[in-house]
Design a protein around this ligand. Structure first.
Ligand SMILES: NC(=O)c1ccc[n+]([C@@H]2O[C@H](COP(=O)([O-])OP(=O)(O)OC[C@H]3O[C@@H](n4cnc5c(N)ncnc54)[C@H](O)[C@@H]3O)[C@@H](O)[C@H]2O)c1
Length: 613
């Protein structure tokens, strides 16, 4: 018996990181490794993987996994657009007596292979269509009668089962299948071929025992599979067991706190006057400093900032990253860490982060970690960075599984903010979304000011006022609660649903746009929970004024948002906690707590209401 895994093809864009499907990680390992392990568990140790243009990466992921007891061969399918039947054809050459052929993108609660009965030359594994796998993501529907195949396809109206992505063939069976496929168009779906074959001979069905399983074809299924695996794992070991373990008694202990000031300078035109102001103390002046910027910002302001620092006499090197979220990656971090060290820095060196939030975040992590911490100075060029990112301790990059998963808290020395800096209006509106968050939760006058001045997005005086007021409101929260456990939670307003929406939009919505929609969802929840005031219209009004979206796009399904909401970095809850508006200008507090527990059915209603304009 040989197990054949179909892992060629271009794959879809499932998350922002453009990872091919076999290399998407679910619960700590790539899907391709998960498949091979399932085959091993079913004692199928002879495996062939059909790979396409991303073959080298797939081989390397398999080589990194502990699969030494398996015989793994690779079948090259050089044409990514060849279609799945070509993969079947290439695989067939490797079959001696019998095989299972499986997709690379399946996640099962338990091993599916025991369910195969192998009583026919061709067998298809199906799962009875039950509520729990309604959202499995499986695209091929099956109609059965008395356990026998009636129809199968992507567009059936009547069906009672789902194709679970696994086929069993004898040598004769796969040859018949290919002969049938060749008499048809080779771009057809395997299910079409199976149905034709079924007309001439018998295709048997085997049935998956009741279990949850996922066919990862979209971002929401990926998230759901990850959540499911975490939930299952979380319940595997009861915490009570820990109580019986012996407490460790320390011989000594220590704590560490450090007080440092971050100076925030807000002055129109200052980015053009950097050579006239003191950006660092004399102890740092002789060190080698680095400017990190992205390719867009570099064309606009890179040369000016670089030459101004050089004119003062600083030793400085400029490094440019590609623009966009992909730069917040381990690979770029690694590369830049080595390059910066090779330039000959020391602990007094400073990284000047010139750009938007992406540049700020990657520069922040580099500054936090190189030489266990060097200087960090923000020169923000987007409003989002001016009023939020550069006033934050949170430095981080993205992991395979999501945003900002790798990072640290690290304090900048200085943020130099130039509200008059030129930028497209869309970048202003995006950042103002965070200002609106503070206004709604903390300051009714500010809300009114923002509403009345929405026509002034290009006016430097308006921007300066917005930046100053937002920063002061943010600092007030940070002073009270740096780590966002109590009143600091207000910083998360709109981010609960907003993050889910940002992810599910595959990052087509910007951060600012996503949290605007997230705030609308929170306002709808507050309304359903009968908070102090109905603030839904106030939200809609201000988002409309700033041309920010306030409705969930139709292409994102409500159930996907609910699933994503149940999942957060810390726990999987039946009840989600939201920051909610009580009145405009005040967040709702129950017994001193700003994280209001909201039953999921109510959240569900609020999400559904948030589709309308
Ligand atoms: N650490 C935090 O507390 C925190 C808070 C909010 C957001 N963030 C992070 O910030 C990032 C988003 O930041 P952003 O919105 O600034 O995006 P960004 O850094 O990706 O910049 C957006 C785009 O605008 C371009 N750009 C920047 N300045 C420009 C200018 N003046 N004129 C023309 N184009 C310009 C950039 O090259 C980029 O293409 C996200 O990664 C998000 O996770 C972090």
């Amino acid at each position: 018996m040989i197990g054949i895994i179909l892992a060629a093809g271009r794959g879809q864009k499932i998350n922002a990181l453009h990872t091919p499907k076999p290399l998407l990680w679910v619960y700590g390992k790539p899907l391709i490794v998960r498949q091979i392990e399932l085959l091993r568990e079913a004692d199928i140790r002879n495996v062939a993987v059909v790979v396409g243009s991303r073959g080298a990466e797939i081989r390397s992921a398999i080589a990194d996994a502990n699969l030494k007891d398996m015989r793994i061969q690779y079948i090259e399918e050089p044409n990514d657009d060849a279609g799945i039947l070509h993969s079947f054809e290439r695989a067939a050459g490797f079959v001696e007596s019998e095989c299972v052929i499986t997709s690379c993108d399946l996640v099962f609660e338990r091993n599916p292979y025991q369910a195969l009965t192998k009583r026919s030359d061709v067998e298809v594994l199906v799962s009875k269509h039950k509520k729990e796998n309604e959202f499995s993501g499986a695209p091929v529907f099956v109609e059965t009668r008395f356990g026998k195949l009636v129809a199968m396809g992507r567009t059936l109206d009547e069906y009672d089962a789902l194709h679970a992505g696994i086929h069993y063939f004898t040598k004769k069976g796969i040859n018949n299948f290919l002969a049938e496929a060749k008499s048809m168009d080779f771009q057809e779906e395997p299910s079409e071929v199976i149905m034709r074959l079924h007309g001439n001979s018998t295709v048997a069905l085997s049935f998956l025992p009741e279990m949850e399983w996922f066919d990862i074809n979209a971002a929401d299924t990926l998230l759901r599979a990850e959540m499911f695996m975490r939930r299952t794992h979380a319940h595997a070991k009861p915490a009570q067991e820990l109580v019986s373990l012996k407490e460790l008694v320390p011989a000594a202990s220590f704590t560490y706190t450090k007080t440092q000031e971050t100076r925030v300078i807000i002055e129109s035109g200052i980015l053009k006057q950097l050579s006239t102001v003191r950006l660092m103390g004399p102890e740092r002046a002789g060190s080698h400093h680095i400017i990190i910027t992205d390719e867009n910002v570099d064309t606009l302001f890179g040369d000016s900032v670089f030459s101004q620092l050089r004119n003062v006499g600083y030793r400085v090197t400029k490094l440019v990253i590609p623009a966009g979220e992909q730069s917040k990656s381990m690979a770029l971090y690694n590369d830049f860490a080595e390059r910066i060290i090779a330039l000959g820095i020391d602990e007094h060196s400073i990284i000047f982060a010139l750009g938007g939030g992406v540049v700020a975040n990657i520069s922040g992590l580099l500054a936090a970690t190189l030489y266990r911490g060097i200087g960090l100075v923000h020169l923000p060029t987007t409003i989002m960075n001016m009023l939020d990112v550069s006033i934050s301790l949170k430095q981080g990059i993205n992991g395979q599984k999501g945003k900002n998963l790798v990072g640290s808290y690290y304090q900048p020395l200085l943020a130099v903010i130039d509200p008059a800096l030129s930028m497209p209006d869309s970048l202003v509106r995006d950042g103002i979304s965070e200002a609106i968050k503070h206004a709604i939760c903390q300051d009714a006058d500010f809300y009114q000011y923002l509403l009345e001045n929405a026509h002034r997005v290009a006016d430097p005086l308006f921007r300066e006022e917005v930046i100053k007021r937002t920063i002061n409101l943010k600092i007030e929260l940070m002073h009270e609660d740096m780590f966002e456990n109590h009143r600091g939670m207000i910083l998360q307003y709109g981010h609960e649903a907003g993050h889910a929406i940002e992810f599910l939009s595959r990052f087509e919505l910007s951060h600012g746009q996503s949290i605007a929609i997230g705030m609308r969802v929170s306002a709808e929840i507050a309304k359903l929970m009968e908070a102090g005031e109905n603030t839904v219209d106030a939200h809609k009004k201000i988002f409309r004024a700033y041309k920010l979206p306030c409705a969930i796009p139709e292409y994102i399904e409500p159930h996907a948002i609910i699933d994503a909401l149940k999942y957060n970095k810390k726990t999987l809850a039946r009840e989600a906690r939201f920051v909610l508006p009580d009145f405009i200008g005040k967040a709702w507090k129950i017994k001193g707590d700003y994280g209001i527990p909201c039953p999921m059915d109510l959240v569900q209603k609020a999400v559904k209401k948030s589709y309308g304009k």
